[in-house]
Design a protein around this ligand. Structure first.
Ligand code: ZN
Length: 194
């Protein structure tokens, strides 16, 4: 049983000297770290590997190197972030992918992710961020990035800070579902398609 649990990668955005988005006393890096630990704790059917366990700086190449070294290969990669906007009214969550398998991973995650926040959609990185995101593309595994809400929006933050476990549980259910149902489809002939 233990031996059959698939690895999954949980990547907490930012860390150390890179706080990510900042709003008042809130730092994106702290919330993403709490969320990955929550997802890890609520995912008993998979073996989560966290790119960072603590508040340390980790470059994108370092994150990619960690992901590529995992063996047996992980079934998927989930990177957790919070959004930011200069407009404090901007709000809601979205899922971002860089390739077809990542898009399917986003769809599965979204099936289990139902916070009472505005759903902004499932988006290609080029559309959501205007650039290709390394964490979604520079390794062979299906990858999704969740922007779990806006750190710059008071309503989003009230919900997020009061429901960190709930958010982590919803993401955990999706990760477990994907690892269980879709992992076989990762094996053959679909490397390097994101
Ligand atoms: Zn971020």
């Amino acid at each position: 049983m233990m031996a059959n649990k698939p690895f999954v990668v949980l990547d907490a955005g930012h860390g150390g000297r890179d706080p990510g988005a900042v709003s008042g006393n809130w730092l994106e890096k702290d919330i993403t770290l709490r969320l990955v630990h929550g997802v890890k704790d609520f995912s008993p059917t998979v073996l989560p590997i966290l790119t960072r366990l603590t508040d340390v700086y980790l470059s994108l190449p370092s994150r990619i190197a960690i992901i590529k070294k995992i063996h047996p290969p992980p079934s998927c990669v989930l990177s957790i972030h919070l959004n930011w906007s200069g407009k404090s009214s901007a709000n809601g969550y979205e899922f971002i992918y860089g390739g077809e398998r990542g898009r399917i991973l986003c769809q599965v995650l979204n099936q289990y992710f139902n916070p009472p926040l505005n759903f902004r959609g499932i988006k290609l990185d080029l559309e959501a961020s205007k650039k290709k995101l390394a964490i979604l593309r520079q390794h062979p595994y299906p990858a999704a990035l969740v922007e779990a809400g806006f750190i710059s929006n008071k309503g989003d933050m009230k919900y997020i800070l009061g429901n960190l476990d709930e958010i982590a549980k919803m993401l955990a259910r999706g990760i477990e579902k994907y690892a269980k149902e879709y992992v076989g489809k990762n094996e053959a002939g679909s490397r390097n398609t994101g």
